[in-house]
Write a protein that binds this ligand. Structure first.
Ligand code: AHR
Length: 672
């Protein structure tokens, strides 16, 4: 063999060494399960933004059903003789309409509701029309209710109709079922008087009979199903900025959102005017979806309820400091009462507490088992700290069992944030709510955010990442390519489960015709829903939460194994692992954010088993088509796919090799 051959052989050996050195070796130590992963770890945040409540999750199909909008006929067309009256049977919604004979045979009296971007109806399904009505002059009257398609070329616009007999001078609730013969996303609802008699109508309503869990004042089945399918651990509601209100008058007031639905007063929704380039003058809050319904939904989807209440402050973004309630106990008494009464509404004994009694009257005598309460959203500095310092101790005096959550403001790295955390620590908050809607570069820079235990201390409040999402610009729904960074970031949340106890992506919902803010987790039109790539990222974490963190190191490209493998700014391969003690499973999450495939070897060490499993389940979410989007009504283009891979065992170590494609999120599940 010549020297040339020897050198060539050595060069080849070096090349093959450097090829194998490209492997990412992920070592999971199964011997010592670490921090407990809270059942609340991955959850959802609901705010009435983007037509998330009225026109979205709340199944009511008619807008302005009580004629209480500033323009009482917003959402309605009227013809014939329609008179607005204001001495109706519900004191907090006093308006109603009088349908009177017009005096001419052909001038029919009629009101027509446009719904929310139309009314979506499905052929053969049942829709429950209801109305409070009376015949003010006594006797009998007939109403005709039509679901119509105004744009049809058919002879008859009706998709379905039903008649209703009204009798007597007393206000009564009437109901009738309509079954449309055709599916249509943009129907209107007409209510005709009989042209002979005067009839008064209040709280005109239309719901699908099939709602989530069948509740009459219920939720849209397909939309609520997306939440159930996520399996969230915690449910934060009702905001967000709407908790603060533009001013204190328009803040979300939970007490107005409970009790008979007909008498819940209308509230302004700040998202109707917040962005002048996306203006929705017909966007209000009916409170039909109120605190009882939020608690009920939390229970039904198996999530801990986490209400947010106002701290006596209007939105600081939009107001000077004089827009707030005085920072004294007297000035804040109403806000203190709101907190204490809410806990009683959720958990109290109906025999001894008026708010608990109301809960029982609304159909839920058993407590909702509330454990958390957030006070304030995105507030900052002294005006917030001094108000929370008054409210929190008063709440604790009566309800020491409730965990209180403070906020560190709207940003996750500025001075408000840096001042907020020590203040929340001093006020002994159990958790601090931090928010970060940021771009990809920010996420790359902050992948190790929760590894930093100089800022986040060992003891003291735990982290609640209450609103966060990786943003990019200029597309309709969201970007699969941005979602991969959300998946990568969540390895840092999971790895630091001793510190982070909750994380909720935001916003949750958006109507394709009514959005103010994007990206969002779930989109819908009047007929169907779309689950985004981010939805599937969240779902993969929720379904594979585990019970304990497993110490994991990654040796990137043959480098030194590290617990925190990711250097600030590095765009690479991310991993975390958990043990699920209940299911006896080890779950390893691997995210390749690179633009090329990565070879990965996973070694699970420290196992003492009689027989070693030979295969692992693999779930893959491919986010490589950067702009891939699932759209309502169209086949999904991005969703998790299942497969299996071989495992090899050697002296208590289980190993698998994988080629993780570019921009892919893979979950490896090993059943022990
Ligand atoms: O999620 C939209 C808004 O973002 C929330 O209302 C607010 O808390 C944050 O600024």
């Amino acid at each position: 063999m010549t020297l040339k051959h020897i050198l060539l052989g050595a060069a080849l050996a070096l090349t093959s060494l450097s090829v194998s050195a490209q492997e990412n070796i992920i070592t999971v130590n199964a011997k010592k399960p670490g921090a407990v992963i809270q059942p609340t770890m991955y959850g959802i945040f609901f705010e009435d933004i983007n037509y998330a409540a009225d026109g979205g999750l709340y199944a009511e199909l008619l807008k302005n059903r009580s004629f209480e909008f500033p323009n009482p006929f917003t959402g309605w067309d009227i013809s014939g003789k329609v008179i607005l009256k204001d001495d109706g049977p519900f004191n907090r919604n006093p308006h109603y309409v009088r349908l009177a004979p017009s005096g001419h045979r052909d001038k029919h009296t009629m009101i027509e509701n446009h719904g929310f971007f139309g009314i979506g109806v499905k052929a053969g399904e049942e829709y429950r029309f209801s109305v409070w009505a009376r015949v003010p002059d006594g006797g009998q009257a007939k109403l005709w209710i039509d679901l119509v398609d105004n744009a049809t070329m058919d002879e008859d616009q009706k998709l379905g109709n039903v008649g209703l007999d009204i009798s007597g001078k007393e206000w009564k609730k009437y109901t009738a079922i309509i079954k449309p013969k055709r599916t249509f996303a943009k129907a209107h609802l007409r209510v005709w008087g009989d042209s002979k008699t005067t009839t008064d109508l209040e709280h005109v309503s239309l719901f699908p009979v099939k709602t989530y869990k069948g509740h009459e004042n219920g939720l849209r089945l397909d939309v609520a199903q997306t939440l159930e399918d996520l399996h969230p651990g915690v449910f934060r509601f009702p905001g967000g900025c709407i908790v603060e209100g533009t001013d204190l008058e328009t803040r979300y007031q939970w007490k107005n959102s409970v009790g008979p639905v007909e008498n819940r007063p209308l509230n302004e929704n700040r998202w109707h005017y917040t962005f002048t380039q996306r203006y929705f003058p017909d966007y209000f809050q009916s409170y039909g979806l109120g605190f009882f319904e939020y608690f009920q939904l939390s229970e039904e989807i198996g999530a801990e309820p986490l209400p947010v209440l106002n701290v006596g402050m209007a939105c600081q973004f939009q107001n000077g400091n004089d827009a707030h309630a005085p920072a004294t106990k007297e000035g804040l008494q109403q806000f203190i009462d709101d907190c204490i009464d809410l806990i009683d509404f959720a958990n109290g004994d109906p025999a001894t507490n008026q708010w608990a009694k109301l809960r029982a009257e609304m159909g839920h005598p058993a407590p909702f088992n509330l454990k958390f309460l957030a006070i304030g959203n995105e507030q900052w500095e002294k005006p917030y700290f001094e108000r929370l310092a008054i409210i929190a101790p008063e709440v604790r005096k009566v309800h020491p069992e409730i965990k209180l959550i403070g906020t560190s403001g709207p940003n996750a790295e500025d001075d408000y944030f840096k001042h907020g955390w020590p203040a929340m620590r001093e006020l002994k908050c159990d958790l601090v709510d931090e928010h970060y809607y940021r771009d990809i570069q920010w996420y790359k820079n902050w992948m190790n955010r929760y590894d930093d235990r100089t800022f986040y201390t060992k003891d003291g409040p735990r982290v609640f990442a209450g609103e966060w999402a990786c943003h990019d610009r200029g597309k309709k729904y969201n970007h699969a390519g941005a979602s991969i960074y959300e998946a990568a970031f969540m390895t840092g949340i999971e790895r630091n489960a001793d510190l982070v106890h909750m994380a909720t992506y935001a916003p949750l919902f958006s109507h394709v015709e009514g959005w103010q803010w994007r990206p969002d987790l779930i989109w819908y039109d009047n007929m169907s829903t779309a689950r985004t790539a981010s939805y599937y990222v969240q779902q993969l974490y929720m379904l594979n939460r585990g019970t304990n963190v497993l110490p994991t190191t990654v040796s990137l490209n043959g480098g030194t194994p590290s617990v925190n493998p990711v250097e600030k700014g590095q765009d690479g391969v991310f991993a975390s692992a958990v043990m699920d003690k209940e299911k006896n499973e080890i779950i390893v999450k691997v995210i390749n954010t690179l633009g090329k495939a990565s070879t990965v070897r996973i070694d699970i060490t420290g196992l003492k088993l009689k027989t070693f499993p030979t295969t692992a389940e693999v779930i893959t979410l491919d986010c490589s088509a950067y702009d891939a989007e699932n759209e309502p009504g169209k086949p999904e283009v991005i969703s998790p796919k299942n497969s299996a891979t071989a495992l090899s065992a050697n002296k208590g170590t289980l190993s698998l090799s994988a080629n993780v494609p570019a921009k892919n999120f893979q979950v490896f599940k090993v059943k022990l």
